[in-house]
Ligand binder design. Sequence first.
Ligand SMILES: Cc1ncc(COP(=O)(O)O)c(C=O)c1O
Length: 398
Amino acid sequence: MESLFSHMVNSMHAEDVKILMKQSSGKNVISFAGGMPNNDLFPVQQIDEIYGTLPLDLKKLSFQYGPTSGYPPLVRSIEKYLRKKGLPVDENKTLVTTGSLQAISIITQEFVNKGDVILTENPCFVGALTVFETYGADIQGIPIDEHGIKIDALKKKIRSLDKTPKFLYVTPNYHNPAGIIYTPERKKELIETLSGTGIILLEDDAYNDLYFKVEEKYLTKPMISYTSKDVEIIYTGSFSKILGPGFRLGYMLASPYIYEKAENIKQALDACTSNLTQILANEFMEQGKLEPYLEFLRKEYSGRKELIQNSLKKYMPEEITWNEPKGGFYVWLDLPERMNSTDIFKESLKKGVVFVTGRTFDPKSTKDDCLRLSFSNMPKEDIEKGVEILSDAIRKKM
Ligand SMILES: Cc1ncc(COP(=O)(O)O)c(C=O)c1O
């Protein structure tokens, strides 16, 4: 039987993702694992009202197939929203995708043959690692620090390779899992480093809107909107963190010739993204409901961030360090090198607390002296208790 399977099933990280999804929704556990909103935060009532008041024609259309490129009014709404953020919408084309993970998958199919090199950050969003592995890419991770990808390490890696990597995949704003945001200087340096190399930059901006302080919003400026650049940049975004992952709505912005082929690939994958969720999302945006909802989310997540930071300060042993995120969902804990988060996981699970181990986000699945805590998904009341239990588990393994 084994011999019947295609090469595509060989993804080291796919099992990790399955376990992660299971843990995120486990009953009777305090879960810091799920990188998704809490169910109580979804705008259920507003979506009920939107659907209830849709004209019959639109209701019927929502059950129908649609154009592969996306429901045209939603494409226009996304473009309006991106234009407002200063993105170069007119020089590029927008493709609606079934979640932004599908956009990442499409780009990988478009450019990567088995054995081709993809550069990523290390740590890296595990969903993307799974996609890259599925297509047989040679994934080369570059370390990051609190300001972004390490430029020296990136230059050294590019010099050391005997073939040009197809692209560099990065999550510069509110990184998953490290919680950092790139400084504008680091973004500039990154663009300069890639200039003239022929390496495409794949910029994943799933958390762009989730800043905690409006004064820091300027930090979220995407690299695709930087004016002086000689690099091909493909930009991806998502509705998962600002409306709900159940909508399965994402998009990509790319040059017309990259877009054309991407559209053909999407056609073969699923013909089109659900018209139902596209119509609902479009109404949500068109009726001016997105911005007030984002205001609510920013307050909620920044309150949760305060809670987890205070609890970490109160309970964590001195040797443990972590970041204070400026937005997004994640806190990244650094453990002393002698420790590993897999052992800690086993210990804290006994007391009903789960999180995601560091090695899950390492392209080579080895570096484990770190772990990810997500504060977006659990009931708020559980944060302090969960951190206390986790701190005890860490202390036991020290
Ligand atoms: C960095 C990053 N990119 C993309 C995604 C995938 O989002 P979507 O639900 O739009 O496929 C996630 C989800 O966790 C993410 O963290």
